[in-house]
Each structure stands twice: as structure tokens, then as C-alpha cells.
Ligand binder design. Structure first.
Ligand code: FE2
Length: 196
């Protein structure tokens, strides 16, 4: 099988220009292309007895999570901007957030604090269905440091490519404001309901 880039039905966004989104979507499509390339190249080498090919396969297997997680994390990211903005203080997510962080406002404040970590990466909010709770984590490299098996509820891309068309690095806070201005909490709530 091969992966096909998802087409996102994005509304007009606040604080994120069409050019910024275009550049970022092109980067996402590069990940999809490379996921397919890695799989096809491994399959081609598997048909040979070439020693170098075996070595190349081993290295591509190590590399696969970089391409795959880059693809999937961007799907989580862009999907969050789709649809009519919603969100309910009565949602399961809101209740879990209040239980862990004290209130919905504190939950958002916490995400913003984690997003202020130095360096590039992602803030990822996960559901832990076993413990019936949520975790907010800073993931530097998307192929490393993700929580095993936990469904992603929210993905905030903090690589500079996510905002460099519209903001300089010192304006990362403005980008985070724009992210929250455009975030459709209904999408995050649905992910929580599916996970828990
Ligand atoms: Fe990105």
C-alpha cells in the first residue's frame, strides 16, 4: 500500500497566512512521499541478496519513524483547524483537564507554558485510556520521546517552519496565540471520546 496526502478542509485562519499554510502543507506532503519511498525502497532491497542492501534496509527501518511520525503528527495538527470552531465545558476532555490541571483555563495555561520550552519540537497532549487521564508532553524530535501507544489529542507544532513565514522566532508567542485562536476544540474532544 501507499499513503496519500490528506486534503484538509481549512477555513480562513486568524494570524496564519495562506502562504504559511501552503509552505507547511508542502512540508507535510514531503513526509508522506518519503514514507512511501522508504517502504518501497525496503521492499526493493528485500528482493536482493546484496549485503549493502541489507545494511540500507536496517538504516531505513531506523529512519522510518522520522518520516511516519512527521506525516501523522501533521495530520493531527491540520485536522485541528478544520470545521466550525466548537468545544464544550461539559465534554469528557474538559472534565479530565479540570481533574488534572484544576480548570480548563489552567489546562490551556499549562499547554502554553510547555510550548514556551526552549528549542523546536511539539507540545503533545495524549489520552491515557488505562489511567483515564491526560498527559501534556514536550516532544523534541517527533520520532523520539512520544508516549508509547497513547492516542494524540492535541498536537502543537513548534518547529520554526510552522510559523517562519508569518513570525520571527522571537514572536513564537504570537504564533501560539494564533494556534489557539484557530484551534477547533471539538476535534480534540472527539479524539478524547474515541480514546477513553
Ligand atoms: Fe510542521
Amino acid at each position: 500500500m501507499t499513503y496519500t496526502p490528506k486534503q484538509f478542509n481549512l477555513p480562513a485562519l486568524t494570524g496564519l497566512s495562506a502562504e504559511q499554510i501552503k509552505v507547511h502543507l508542502a512540508l507535510y506532503e514531503g513526509y508522506v512521499k518519503n514514507v512511501n519511498l522508504v517502504m518501497a525502497t525496503i521492499a526493493a532491497y528485500e528482493k536482493t541478496d546484496d549485503e549493502g542492501g541489507k545494511y540500507a534496509i536496517a538504516e531505513m527501518r531506523r529512519r522510518f519513524a522520522f518520516e511516519f511520525d512527521g506525516m501523522r503528527m501533521h495530520e493531527y495538527y491540520f485536522e485541528q483547524f478544520e470545521g466550525e470552531k466548537g468545544g464544550s465545558p461539559e465534554s469528557g476532555l474538559a472534565k479530565a483537564a479540570a481533574e488534572k490541571y484544576g480548570s480548563g483555563e489552567n489546562f490551556i495555561k499549562h499547554i502554553r507554558e510547555v510550548a514556551g520550552s526552549r528549542g523546536i519540537g511539539w507540545v503533545v497532549v495524549y489520552a491515557d485510556p488505562r489511567a483515564k487521564t491526560i498527559h501534556t508532553v514536550f516532544v523534541n524530535d517527533h520520532e523520539l520521546g512520544q508516549l508509547a501507544g497513547l492516542p494524540v489529542l492535541l498536537a502543537l507544532d513548534l518547529w520554526e517552519h510552522a510559523y517562519m513565514v508569518d513570525y520571527v522566532p522571537a514572536e513564537k508567542k504570537n504564533y501560539i496565540d494564533a494556534f489557539f485562536a484557530n484551534l477547533n476544540w471539538s476535534v480534540v474532544e472527539k479524539r478524547f471520546d474515541a480514546a477513553i
